[in-house]
Design a protein around this ligand. Sequence first.
Ligand SMILES: Nc1ncnc2c1ncn2[C@@H]1O[C@H](COP(=O)(O)OP(=O)(O)OP(=O)(O)O)[C@@H](O)[C@H]1O
Ligand SMILES: [Mg+2]
Length: 1078
Amino acid sequence: MEVKTSLLDNMIGVGDMVLIEPLSEDAFIENLKKRFDHNEIYTYIGSVVISMNPYKSLPIYTAEKVEEYRNRNFYELSPHIYALADESYRSLRDQDKDQCILITGESGAGKTEASKFVMSYVAAVCGKGQEVNKVKEQLLQSNPVLEAFGNAKTVRNDNSSRFGKYMDIEFDFKGDPLGGVISNYLLEKSRVVKQPRGERNFHIFYQLLSGASDDTLKKLKLDRDFSKYNYLSLDSATVNGLDDAGSFRTVRNAMQIVGFMEDEVQSILELVAAVLKLGNIEFKPESRCNGYDESRVKDKNDLKEMCELLGIDQSVLERAFSYRTVEAKMEKMSTTLNVAQAYYARDALAKNLYSRLFSWLVNRINESIKAQTKTHKKVMGVLDIYGFEIFEDNSFEQFIINYCNEKLQQIFIELTLREEQEEYVREGIEWTNIEYFNNAIICDLIENNKNGILAMLDEECLRPGTVTDETFLDKLNTVCAEHQHFESRQSKNSKFLTDHSLPHNCFRIQHYAGKVLYRVEGFVDKNNDLLYRDLSQAMYKAKHGLIKVLFPEGNPAKVNLKRPPTAGFQFKASVGTLMKNLLTKNPNYIRCIKPNDKKAAHIFTDSLVCHQVRYLGLMENVRVRRAGYAFRQAYEPCLERYKMLCKQTWPHWKGPARKGVEVLLTDLQVPAEEFAYGRSKIFIRNPRMLFSLEEKRRQCLENLATLIQKIYRGWKCRTHFLLMKKSQVVVAAWYRRFAQQKKYQNIRSSALVFQSFIRGWKARKLLRELKHKKRCEKAVSTISAYWHGTQVRREYRKFFRADAGKKIYAFTIQRIMQKYFLGLKKTMPSMSPVDKSWPARPYGFLDRTHQELRRIFHLWRCKKYRSQFTEEKKATYKEKLAASELFKDKKALYPSSVGQPFKGDYVEITKNPKYQKLNSFVEDKVLLADMVSKINRANGKGAPRVFLLTKKSLFLADLKTGQVKASVPLPDLSSVSVSTQNDGFFALKIKEGSTSAAKGDFLLSSDRLIEIITKLHCIGATSADKKQLKVDISDEFLVQFKQDKVCVKFIQGTPKNGNGVACKRKNNRLLEVSVPSP
Ligand SMILES: Nc1ncnc2c1ncn2[C@@H]1O[C@H](COP(=O)(O)OP(=O)(O)OP(=O)(O)O)[C@@H](O)[C@H]1O
Ligand SMILES: [Mg+2]
């Protein structure tokens, strides 16, 4: 792609009118035309941009174009609105200068479009981020909303702004947008109720009816058909190229983005619908008895629906259309309204309703887009005010609009022409004055407080008595007749008396842009902008939240009898504020020119353009520009900005700033014709010169940045290096210490190992030597012992035989033993086991053997003795042994029984014929048969009985007859009780519950008690169940005699009558046996 470096490259005509040759109006127009034909719609006059409306979309507003113009110098590329926007934005951001972009031109010249291009460019190049993007989006989206409500199709422009708009965009120090403030100026509200032919009402009405859903329309009680509404003109209801339905969606979407709530949107639409309904209310006259006509609402349906929409009491509104309350001197009077007055009241209400809604909308948008921070803000203002208007029929609105344009022209003149020329003079720059038309005189004609047209109008409106538009014109005719820019047929100025182009009810003003004929009809009313208080009170009473807010004066609590300021007065005041505001900012101009009246592309009507070029004062602009200097700046900031370009001024210049600038420019070898020194400023003739300075500065700044960067990097690296060096020393010191420590530890541990090895070796060596020495000594003594032994043995061998000692010893022992045993054989005791004699021991060392032999001998002697016994004797001895175990040391009778053999049968039972029967009665072998005494329990006397004992039973039989008295099977015996004494009493206890138990126990006495009981006991041992009879030895025991239990007690007593043992019954329970003490 070809890169442009100057607007001069590939230029069509000239891009900057300053360069035009020769400078003439024709050449000027020709240049514009040539460029227009090549779609070059922008042309510069210095820093002013002339914009021709192409009436077609051109591919020059793309994102690529934005990038192309971004951060480029103004004259670097072909003229473009983006170049101006960029210049303005950068100087706002970088030089902290508030900016304003003044867009002027007549209706349809492209002001609104230009303002949108400026805003979108700034939005594209400024900062990004979620919050910033939201702000940008809200700022941009405020346009469609305001255009819908404030723009309308006119004969000159299909999207004509019917209000003036000034928007301040606020930025932070970085150049990021923070928010904005919109001011609106005088909405052309008469359009709400009436539109000139070929024009239509504000867009929103058509958009709502075309674009709203059926449901919404139903809610708003509206019909889609435009023809149903009186306020909508039908002849141009649909406009080619305008998509009302689509626009409605765009507007709703934009409202949402800007931050309107759903219910707010609904309220707004309800108000729009109410205006349409209001237009349909019609009135009819009704005669009253006092002869006056009174108006009545014809068809109440629309009134009803409107009241429902706004929540107004229908009767209140109806009354307000029929009566009017007039207050005079604290008195209230009600007068009737005729039909014309009712229509006037209706329209006034509709106009007020709509214009107040519009102002509310602007305020509401401002609330959304206002900056959230209170920090210092940089401001860029964009002014898009309605263009100069010359219609066939011009009224109050045109007068006001044109006054505003007059003021803007004034500002332009002030800042570009007059101010510039005056500055040259002030600064002492050689200068030939350029003639230009100063419109201050026209402004004065309109706004002069004493005799200006607006002041006259106000005076007339406030004057008591009959006031009409004609009286106002009369007043003008007298006051302004002499003014050279005021023309009227009836003025005293004879010039116009015969001017038939000037009707009687009109006056004409020679504006800077041309002569405009104003018809005075409606001036007074429009200036008064009267809304009957009854209507505003009715509106205030409405339940609809928004409408109440719009009519605060309707609040009966705040009755203000003062007349509200007139429309003209308000407008003048707001224009004054605007002008003051603009003067504080750095101006940037976009002068829009309309190429033709047909709204068509490619048509360039020379006369029309010529007219605009003239009244916009563009030629004068070029002239001043060409004669003057393109750029000026005070010496101080200039030196400050460019001082780096010269060694003497960099970094500090000590002398006066002007001298510094001189040195600087001389050093830079700038040709003398390129600049001039003013008193406080330097003037640079050519922008090119300025750019070359800027370019040098840029390069120098780059070099400086590189230098700073270099120094900084050097410093950073050096500090880093020093730090590294210092760290390295520390690290090295620590490492060396550590290494040395480690080395020392190694050497130390090696030395220790070495030392221990040496010591070990030395110790081992010593040990070895000592051991060797010891062994040697031992060997020496052993050798010497052996040697001595050998010597001795060798010497005494002849005397001793080997082992003689041992043998002698064994022999001696043997002899002793022989002698001992032989002696023992000779002196052996008898074989009687009871013989206790044993020879004395011959040798002490044989003591244990001697005793052991005695024991062995005794055992052997006993064994020999025992082997002589018969089986019978063995049994007898067993019984004796048992008797010993039972009674030895327990019963005194026992020792006497030891010597007596147990014979068993003492009564010769088998032989004695007395006992033959008894013998035959006893089936088993009789083990014992003896006489016993059976003790009578009554007296203790004994009765003799034969006692028989067999293996199974015992029997007691009569001694004489041998008849069995009692037989007891042995298992029935439970125990035998005997005393410890030397008596023969024993009690046989029968087991309770046995068969023998009936007779009770037996208390018997026998001299052979030991034998009897031993035998009874031993039978148990041989019985089948091996249950031996229990023997109780006690001096007191109980005997069961049949029923009674009798205690038998043994006492030691003296013998009586030679009878040893005496048994005596002491009482029922006691038998006392006295046994003689031994
Ligand atoms: N740069 C442009 N490129 C394409 N079309 C343009 C351009 N400028 C203006 N137009 C066309 O001209 C029409 C009128 O422009 P615009 O509404 O900006 O005029 P205006 O100066 O604001 O008029 P008014 O004073 O009536 O508001 C636009 O609707 C658009 O169709
Ligand atoms: Mg506009």
